[in-house]
Write a protein that binds this ligand. Sequence first.
Ligand SMILES: [Zn+2]
Length: 594
Amino acid sequence: MIEAIAKIGQIERERIKNKTSDDKDPQIVELIQNIYKPTQDDKRKQMLLKIILKQGEYSSYTFDRVELEDLKSDTCYKVLYRSAGGNALNPSPTAQITDKDTFGNKILKFFKEAKSNKEQSDEERKFFENVYNALTESENDIRKSIDEKSKEKGTYLLTITFEEGNSEKYLVDKIEFLDYFLEKVRGKEGRFKGNGVCSICGKSGEVYGGVFPYSFFNLDKEGFLNNFSKGDSYKNFPICKECIRDLETGKRFIEDKLNYTFVKGLRYRLIPQNISGDEKTFEELIDILSEQESEVDTKSLSRITDDENEILERLSKESDTFSLNFLFIEKQNKAEKILAFIQDVLPSRLNRIFEAKRKVDEVTKSIPGYDGKQFTFGYIREFFFKSDSQKSNPDLDKYFLDIVDKIFKDKKIDKVFLFDYLMKGIREEFLKEHSEEKSFYYFKTVDAFIVYLFLKELNIIDVKEVKMEERKFDVFFKRFEGVNDPVKKGLILLGAATETLLEIQEDLRGSKPFLKYLKSLKMTEKDFKELLTKVQAKLEEYDALPRAKDFLEEASYYLLMGGDNFKMSVPEMNFFFTLGMNLKREILKSIKEA
Ligand SMILES: [Zn+2]
């Protein structure tokens, strides 16, 4: 995991090295102090004063000239401006000119510090030293030019730029300054060093500990931080300077670009990991991810989460050269708490999930109210959100994420558990319906059915299907997989018959006293068997038996086939019953079509 983050960082740092400052890194924008004032009148100048260095041989630099440039809205970003205040060094060699020897105090001293900073790698120190030498060699010329060019009243921001080949590079374009800036601004606490071999790249030398990108990561790939002594961490999981940079950049990249909403109230970080050793393809993947807003039209993709920028369908079409890790974390103030970590999901698995989703969408779009709706994990979330809708905070995250894990990892979900929660949601709406509150009994039932169909399609709940002779309502039953079992069919048809009776009762009496026999949808096998005769007797009493005769006859036939033990939990039986209540019209329609 740590390696995956470092790898992403390494690729991203390479990209930063090669890119111009056109597209901005929002994390840096956040840390920049922008002093440009667009409305200021022209009398007071706002200028950038650039000490321009030219690249010479052996990565040396020489002073070329000092030049003025108008300050613009993006200038402060380009020169990494952030004032540390007073005499303190800024995190970059950019400073506002004051009468207190800005060049000496803020520029020269910056490089003097940077070139001997022990936190820097040898390479970086060498770079800062080369710049320092170029500045001191021409110190007098530079000072003279600065004074000449900043005579007029105004705001002057002093910085350094580099002429390399035909392009002028600002500080933000140079990875050395970018890294240094971020390190200084963020401050590094708890870094413990010693000598050893880097656990990521394998090089020996100075290594550090306590630098994990997320506070809960542990030493091994599976676990998380447990009684873990930071002081010893460089011995346990030593990381070299370069790899720390990679980790930091990797985390920044993930936080910026791969930070998504999963469902209401839950966010995840998507962390791709190369598993093939094919570097090139993986770099292309990172490119896709880093430019997702512009290159990939996420609006045209179908989704399984609640994020408009979801890119999973795009990734599901790739070959299995990488895997995806889903890190669900919750940020409380500054602390990060892990909710779930779903590892090693292959693109082919994602593809399988999207196939199931498409199939379910196809089957359910003909259900009234569901045309144009699409399955997402939001459907499952509905039933695994709060154990009681009166609760102010969701308390079923763990159950929900456990189901998500099973879907991503192709593991079986316990049917008893599943129907228990599906029915809790349905029952709540059912009770509202009959207490004159606004109710979503119909939608809740169909939503639960969609969850069931999706999990059935993925084959992660045990559903037995029985081949039977052709019967009257088969046109309806054949529309959906997962209901081809005599008991389920019997319960669905009994539900439809009961609904017919309730409607008749409502018409005749303006109320539905028969509801009491439904026992708040906690009916047992025995209750269902008795219900069959009760519904029949009541319909006869109303002289309305013909309106539900087919339902009752077929229900009775199927339930008889179920024998003495339906082998279903109470919630599961009631689930299929409510399905029949709510889809009664669809069932009737199907025999007319047949
Ligand atoms: Zn390393």
